[in-house]
Design a protein around this ligand. Structure first.
Ligand code: URA
Length: 210
């Protein structure tokens, strides 16, 4: 929690504030109730078919926050986002930015796998999005990177196509947000990797200006 904006959001969400994370007692750590709420969540039908929920991974003080769509089969099995083939490409994208997975935060819009990896339904996004909102408020990153159409549309509250959202800086809760291709798409369309790199360089410039 770095600034007044995060403080405001957490207070509005009823999450206790604290001074200095280092000395935070476990009972006052807002990640603990958040993780428990996600783990026990039964707000939508996806809880019926999940193996486990997938909250997120990485540094809770990260400057970079990457947002994907939803867990796939590998993530549902392992409980961690982006561990399958798309995750390997995401790791390569991070390496190109000289970033390790441990220094960024990675989460999805949905915390449960949609059956057969279908697109999330609007109601599922609406019910799950508050968890992501809380994660973003807690991490208070310098930049958000929306990976693919679902992440971008969910965060920006738009139905605009991905092509219309790339190439400029948006804002979410006052945090600069860059939209780029989903790694799974890039596996199918490697020619677009160079455009994704342009997007990531734009994000890197924002982090550099902090
Ligand atoms: N695709 C996503 O959007 N998220 C994951 O965690 C894995 C694949």
């Amino acid at each position: 929690m770095r600034d007044a904006r995060a403080r405001y959001i957490l207070t509005a969400m009823g999450i206790p504030l604290w001074q200095g994370r280092e000395s935070l007692p476990a009972a006052a750590d807002p990640w603990v109730p958040l993780a428990a709420r996600v783990q026990d969540c039964r707000l939508c039908v996806l809880h019926q078919t999940r193996t486990q929920t997938v909250l997120g991974t990485g540094s809770r003080e990260a400057r970079w926050f990457f947002v994907g769509e939803a867990p796939g089969a590998d993530e549902d099995r392992q409980g961690e986002p982006f561990v399958g083939r798309a995750g390997q490409l995401l790791d390569a994208m991070l390496r190109a930015l000289s970033l390790a997975r441990e220094e960024v935060y990675i989460a999805n819009v949905l915390k449960c796998r949609p059956p057969r990896n279908r697109d999330p339904e609007a109601a599922e996004v609406q019910q799950c999005l508050p968890y992501l909102e809380q994660q973003i408020a807690l991490v208070a990153p310098t930049v958000l990177v929306a990976l693919g159409r679902i992440a971008a549309q969910s965060l920006l509250g738009t139905t605009a196509p991905l092509g219309g959202l790339r190439g400029r800086v948006h804002h979410y809760q006052g945090i600069p947000l860059i939209v780029t291709y989903h790694p799974a798409y890039l596996l199918r369309s490697p020619a677009d990797k160079r455009h994704a790199w342009d997007d990531l360089k734009r994000a890197r410039a924002l982090v550099g200006h902090e």
